[in-house]
Design a protein around this ligand. Structure first.
Ligand code: GLN
Length: 244
């Protein structure tokens, strides 16, 4: 049986707007194919051997939740997690998690939260929150996918040259409400503002992440078995029809 291991970063502090649904979606779409995905919670103080993990998930959080874990992320997990990211760990980070993978997050009250510095982005909090349904057009494994999600953030994220955009914003505010960029990619690490939860709403992205993780662990010849996603794709199309 194929097995994969996922680390869920700070689930108690960093799981808002249904972000846990991303872990459930990964687990279910693996299980339906006979792949066992084990999930390990990384809490403040956890000792983690990052080379044992194939996937990681880091959800969104309030500024106050981010402040609780920012130092633990940087100091305890920093070296191991950065090395794993450079080694192709498949990581999805949403909103507050995405912000903390960057260099820093300066909140709208002026608090500077240090980031992991794994993604070449930084985030500045603004007075107006950026809220609403969103559509980001992304290329995933050669296929163009219109990702649907929901965003609610005060942070504006700006990219440096070390990342490429995940996609372009067709509806909503995206990373900063200014340049039409929606999310960032570095190696197999993906950050974006799309709650929803993102993966249950966009099975193409779920399968892309599973494919990357299988290829990394078992070699690129491992092909993901097709799976019926009729209902999920109909729901996605319904949202696209409403929003575009
Ligand atoms: N606290 C961050 C912000 O407001 C992230 C919010 C979130 O994860 N939804 O920008």
């Amino acid at each position: 049986m194929l097995t994969l291991a996922l680390a869920h970063l700070y689930p108690a502090e960093m799981s808002i707007y249904g972000d846990r649904g991303n872990v459930i979606a990964l687990q279910r779409r693996c299980a339906w194919r006979g792949i066992e995905l084990s999930v390990t919670a990384v809490e403040p103080g956890s000792a983690v051997e990052w080379s044992n993990f194939d996937l990681a998930f880091f959800g969104g959080g309030q500024d106050s939740g981010q402040a609780l874990i920012a130092n633990d992320l940087l100091e305890r997990q920093g070296p191991g997690l950065r090395a794993a990211i450079d080694d192709g760990l498949v990581l999805l980070a949403i909103c507050g998690g995405y912000q903390l993978l960057g260099h820093y997050f300066l909140t709208h009250t002026g608090e500077r939260l240090p980031g992991l510095g794994a993604l070449d982005v930084h985030t500045l909090g603004g007075k107006q929150r950026l809220i609403g349904n969103s559509v980001v057009e992304a290329e995933l494994g050669g296929a163009v996918v219109r990702l649907v999600g929901f965003e609610n953030h005060s942070g504006r994220t700006y990219h440096g040259p070390g990342v490429r955009p995940l996609g372009r914003v067709l509806v909503g505010h995206g990373d900063n409400g200014e340049d039409g960029v929606g999310g960032a990619v570095y190696r197999h690490t993906f950050g974006c503002y799309l709650h929803g939860a993102l993966l249950p709403k966009n099975p193409q992205f779920t399968d892309h992440l599973i494919s990357l993780a299988l290829a990394r662990r078992y070699g690129s010849a491992t092909v993901l078995a097709p799976l019926d996603a009729t209902l999920e794709l109909q729901a996605q199309q319904t949202m696209l029809g409403r929003l575009l």
